[in-house]
Write a protein that binds this ligand. Structure first.
Ligand SMILES: Cc1ncc(COP(=O)(O)O)c(C=O)c1O
Length: 395
């Protein structure tokens, strides 16, 4: 069988990107966070359509800072609850635990992969403070429903957009609908800085707290116009070493920002090609809808090509065929998180039937700006041959 060498991730850094980096390294005197990071943040805010962006060293760090900021701003106490879905990347959830809050898992739906919205409403208690809603695999969650739940219970909405950069819902890009939105620029995401992340917000207080928490809690990280008053107020401490809150060090570097600026300029093209691939993928899958559940996302910014089989044995058989053809696959994100040892004390996996379904029935293959018609045609051929055969298993 031919080896299509269709990897989950491919090298998305172009020769031009490399030239730019080499030139930057040869000509700069400053490698730590400085003007390039600021330039990238401003360009990203213009692209995203929000007031402020704060660059960090990963999407996970963006989540950590976003939850820490919300906790401090709203005075949440240890044990206060944050609603999270049973399917997402673990670092949507772990910051909640790391900050002494309690993640309360809610099942997902099989249309946009976000929360089962009825279950979300039912999971709210007097301790609930926030909903941390990821937009998964490029599909925007139903933001109107999320906002309605938040509004009726006085909850804060945080959006994890690490897999859905550029997806649009309710007339605006994901990440602009709650207190803050987070993004990942890890290798394999819509655009990359190799490692990197961003926190987006329209709120001045979130911006200030995120700037502080990104960098040790240092007052000098705040915008210049805040400095004079702080110098007067804390005149007994040298201003450059004045710590206003508990912080991390999750800064990024000038190299990553240079790469980010170059990739951002091509991002709309990348997203257009990913979406074109996904549309073609849906066309290929549609004749086999009796065996596959298709995810059709209005406003999507396609991330990968997901397969959700109605029959587990058929899924296993087809995944093996793809493997033999050199087409890599992996579980849908991290499967049912309640099966992961790290989260097992937060519930029984069987109480989250849709997450369990995705754990057993789903996988995905890669999609990016280099996936071309030839590979999609090969996929169509493999699928045609596979689905033409009798299943041989009860459905
Ligand atoms: C939904 C989601 N959140 C957070 C992250 C973490 O991003 P990073 O790998 O940049 O830390 C990822 C990573 O893929 C993700 O898919």
């Amino acid at each position: 069988m031919r080896d299509y060498k269709w990897r989950l991730q491919e090298n998305v850094i172009s020769d031009a990107d490399l030239e730019l980096l080499v030139h930057f390294i040869r000509t700069t005197k400053r490698f730590t966070q400085f003007t390039k990071v600021r330039e990238f943040e401003e360009a990203f805010a213009a692209w995203q359509g929000c007031k402020y962006c704060i660059m960090v060293n990963s999407g996970s760090s963006a989540n950590l800072v976003a939850v820490a900021v919300a906790k401090e701003m709203h005075g949440w106490s240890s044990g206060d609850e944050v609603l999270v879905p049973a399917v997402t990347w673990p670092t949507t959830v772990t910051p909640v635990m790391q900050l002494g809050l309690k993640p309360v898992f809610v099942d997902v739906n099989l249309r946009d992969l976000s929360f089962d919205y009825d279950a979300l409403e039912n999971a709210v208690t007097r301790q609930t403070k926030a909903v941390f809603a990821p937009h998964l695999l490029g599909f925007p969650a139903d933001v109107a429903r999320l906002k309605a739940v938040c509004a009726s219970h006085g909850l804060i909405l945080l959006e994890d957009c690490c897999e859905s950069q550029g997806a649009v819902v309710e007339g605006a890009k994901v990440g602009n609908h709650g207190l803050a939105g987070t993004f990942s620029f890890y290798w394999g995401h819509h655009m990359t800085t190799v490692e990197g992340g961003m926190i987006c917000t329209n709120d001045d207080e979130v911006r200030d707290l995120a700037l502080l928490k990104r960098s040790h809690g240092l007052a000098r990280e705040l915008p210049q116009d805040a400095h004079a008053a702080l110098r007067r107020r804390y005149s007994d401490v040298v201003f450059d070493f004045l710590f206003l809150t508990d912080g991390f060090n999750v800064r990024n570097t000038e190299f990553n920002a240079v790469l980010g600026l170059a990739q951002l300029a091509r991002l709309d093209d990348f997203i257009r090609i990913r979406n074109r691939n996904y549309t073609r993928f849906l066309e290929i899958c549609t004749p086999f809808e009796d065996e596959l559940i298709l995810l059709r996302g209005l406003g999507m910014s396609a991330f990968v090509l997901p397969f959700v089989f109605r029959d587990v044995a058929r899924k296993t058989a087809f995944e093996a065929i793809l493997r033999r053809a050199g087409i890599e696959s992996r579980p849908l994100i991290s499967g049912n998180l309640l099966r992961q040892p790290v989260f097992s004390t937060f519930g029984e996996s069987c109480d989250f039937p849709n997450a369990e379904y995705l754990h057993l029935h789903a996988f995905y293959i890669g999609n990016n700006q280099f996936v071309e018609a030839e590979r999609l045609a090969a996929l169509q051929e493999l699928m045609g041959a596979f689905f033409a055969r009798p299943t041989g298993v009860a459905r």
